[in-house]
Design a protein around this ligand. Sequence first.
Ligand code: XMP
Length: 514
Amino acid sequence: MSVHEDNILILDFGSQVTQLIARRVRESSVYSEILPFNVPIGEIRAHNPKGLILSGGPASVYAPGAPHPDPRVFELGIPVLGICYGMQLITQHFGGKVEPASHREFGRAELRIDQPAGLFDGLGAETLVWMSHGDRIARQPEGFTTIAHTDNAPVAAFADLARRVYGLQFHPEVVHTAEGRAMLENFAYNVCGCKPTWTMAGFVETEIARIREQVGGGKVICALSGGVDSSVAAVLVHKAIGDQLTCVFVNNGLLRTGEAEKVVATFRDHMGMNLVFADEADRFLGKLKGVSDPERKRKIIGNTFIEVFDHHAERMTGVGFLVQGTLYPDVIESVSAKGPSATIKTHHNVGGLPEDLKFTLVEPFRELFKDEVRAIGRELGVPMEIIQRQPFPGPGLAIRILEEVTPERVALLQKADAIVLEEIKAAGLYERIWQSFAVLLPTKTVGVMGDERTYENVVVLRAVHSVDGMTADWVHLPYELLGTISNRIINEVRGVNRVCYDISSKPPATIEWE
Ligand code: XMP
């Protein structure tokens, strides 16, 4: 947990866009963190927040089993803003009435502001907002006044100015709410009295102090993958504690062509960090033999990683901490089905950890998004080549080889992947695309080559635009480029006679195929 002097806490009731609230608040240079709705009150107090936001969620407040926070969250003496479901919780708590709306309201609505002071300061009298709810406020609680309405929602926003409790029936955090960012900024500055002190330089400074305090004189190892997150995490921790940190780079046999060499050259030779190179390809590939289930692959790889770290940590004696570059999307997508949002995939650096982990985790980016980590990397002077690297998943090529992972399939995919990367870079698109890569479908299809029938594998090309990996859209790559990549893969990679392009967005698909 990191305590920032001016921070706003968000309690998550399961909305798909809760993380955007944190993002918008942080874009106003005020630190913001998300906690589960049922977090003990003591933990909330320990954060010493200047304000609390209750997120939206899929439930109805009056339904049995609906998520409720500890009622003492309303007695902390700090401002509270409820969004959608959060507003309905406020209504219920303070004695108002919530009931099902006669028709569910989705999409744009014109908000008419009745009381501009505070939350709506500096906004126009009418502004577009995004509604998404099935319940409505039938009766406002005592002491609350309506501060905005729409044609369909007579109470689209209310406030109890004395208690500093606010509710919005719409979602200020989504881009479709034209002035949503200003509303959240107003809440942070005007209502909560926060100062815009959260900057990347500030974050680095606070985290360095926090890491020093957490670790003391202890030894730390870092699971370095060479990707943006773990690289920036390693550089940050190295800056905090210097040689107390040893990075372990594991060749799991699932890396891209030339990757291992590059990582060793950058971190050991260029940055002067302690780096152990663990060449464990056989161990990983051995354990993956015969396994085709994606979640099992992830678990095996995650557990084998820990096994390897344990081994190296034991040899170093006295290692108590493990640094990981876990990001917020990794955390949210791995939250168990018990939480208010559904489990999509178990990301290995979160879900795959065994219960009896011998290390205390150091995860400085647990609350952040990729672009925020990139900004921190720039602040720390991490080489641009690393900062601009497209994300590469922890389980590596294993989740881009459907079905069983074999050394032959890895070698084949490495070749195809190298061609994709080369051509995307040559076209000047690498930094403008979130991820571009090849996937191997070990499904045979019929082809013809030099008058001979072939019966070989399919390679799928995937290229997506995304801001944070939570949603994504396929890239409209130029036809010529698609043609070049296809020709090169089919001609240069033995065992492939067909290349397809994946034109699915996330949702409903995901970025990786497994
Ligand atoms: P999906 O496939 O869930 O991917 O849309 C979202 C982002 O996360 C990356 N990803 C992973 N990263 N371990 C990781 O460290 C994993 O198990 C994992 N699975 C997916 C993916 O590359 C994309 O950037």
